[in-house]
Design a binder for this molecule. Structure first.
Ligand SMILES: Nc1ncnc2c1ncn2[C@@H]1O[C@H](COP(=O)(O)OP(=O)(O)OP(=O)(O)O)[C@@H](O)[C@H]1O
Ligand SMILES: O=P(O)(O)OC[C@H]1O[C@H](OP(=O)(O)OP(=O)(O)O)[C@H](O)[C@@H]1O
Ligand SMILES: [Mg+2]
Length: 296
């Protein structure tokens, strides 16, 4: 595979839980992704950028070594890489708001959990030996860590280990295997990483532009634009009810002295309960609109 030196390189997962969302993110940031004959390398049509599609475990290595300028990776994979390898590590640029999960210790559901100290002298199966070892070290617990690369949840049933340390999202896999989560080792989500010390000079400007756009894409996710009419006397109450909003814009309404229009960007979810509360405070004609793009 030949990778031209003058193009910015972004590493994303080829297949798996982060793959599609990572490409969507690039598209939302205005990159036109061209799926060519080369499955490992997608070109960006409208910018000098290449997207490298690899196993998620390899993304950290490519970004740490500066082979790629940017990467999208689970924080769990990044931390594991850092725990195992000395030397410069990729820098986290921003959290991306998807791929949320947590690395947890889980034990048989029927056993009473006596706290982390109960793990001393026990065997723990995990695909994250580096992160787990540091967690145990911080607590002065000596346990035997058994590295497995899949089906970690069956280890206790097979008597391979007493407990496990694995990713949990809904908890369905733990439940199906008769296990319960007892400790959280790491909260994770997908993050944008960059090469240690930042990209080389030639890629700096493009990397900054893209990073700014991605910041806007992430900020717009879940953000809503809210518009309503309100009596002036209720403004304080109504402003307090707007979730995660900065200072709202207040405009007079034509022909009405005591009523104003309120416009605000809400950074948090706007639930039906919020609208009911606003209505109860005197608001009317409440509109909630999605935000497509945002530049901070
Ligand atoms: N159940 C889950 N819910 C949400 N996010 C998850 C879940 N499981 C894993 N993730 C996140 O998605 C990332 C990728 O998960 P995936 O299962 O696709 O990895 P993988 O099998 O190691 O893939 P690869 O083939 O690239 O090595 C994980 O590292 C984690 O950050
Ligand atoms: O709490 P839950 O929602 O059940 O999710 C947890 C499961 O998801 C991940 O595995 P995945 O399904 O990606 O399969 P894998 O083990 O083959 O990677 C993780 O390794 C857990 O096994
Ligand atoms: Mg992997």
């Amino acid at each position: 595979m030949s990778v031209p030196e003058n193009r910015l390189r972004i590493a994303v997962q080829k297949n798996g839980r982060l793959a599609e969302r990572s490409l969507d993110l690039m598209r939302e940031a205005g990159l036109r992704v061209m799926k060519g004959a080369n499955d490992l390398l997608y070109r960006i049509e409208n910018h000098p950028i290449d997207v490298l599609r690899v196993r998620d475990d390899d993304i950290t290595t490519f970004v740490a070594d500066g082979v790629c300028d940017l990467g999208v990776i689970g924080l769990n994979v990044l931390e594991e890489h850092a725990a195992r390898r000395n030397g410069p590590r990729p820098e986290v640029v921003m959290r991306l708001g998807f791929g949320r999960c947590a690395l947890k210790i889980a034990a048989p559901a029927e056993a009473t959990w006596q706290g982390p100290e109960a793990l001393a002298g026990r065997r723990i199966a995990t695909s994250y030996p580096g992160v787990l070892q540091s967690w145990l070290r911080e607590r002065n617990i000596e346990a035997e860590v058994v590295e497995l690369h899949g089906a970690v949840e069956v280890a206790p049933r097979l008597k391979v280990a007493h407990a496990i340390c694995d990713l949990v999202s809904t908890g369905a896999t733990l439940e199906a295997n008769g296990l319960k989560a007892v400790e959280t080792v790491l909260e994770s989500e997908a993050v944008l990483v960059r090469a240690p010390g930042g990209p080389p000079e030639a890629h700096q400007h493009l990397a900054d532009v893209l990073t700014d756009r991605l910041r806007g894409v992430v900020a717009a996710q879940g953000a809503k634009y809210i518009m309503l009419n309100a009596p002036r006397s209720s403004l304080d109450r109504i402003t307090r009810l707007l979730p995660g909003a900065g200072a709202p814009t207040i405009t007079p309404l034509a022909g009405a002295n005591d009523a104003v229009a309120v416009h605000a960007v809400c950074q948090e979810n706007v639930f039906w309960e919020t609208l009911e509360g606003l209505k109860g405070a005197g608001a009317s004609a409440i509109l909630v609109l999605p935000i497509e793009k945002m530049m901070m």
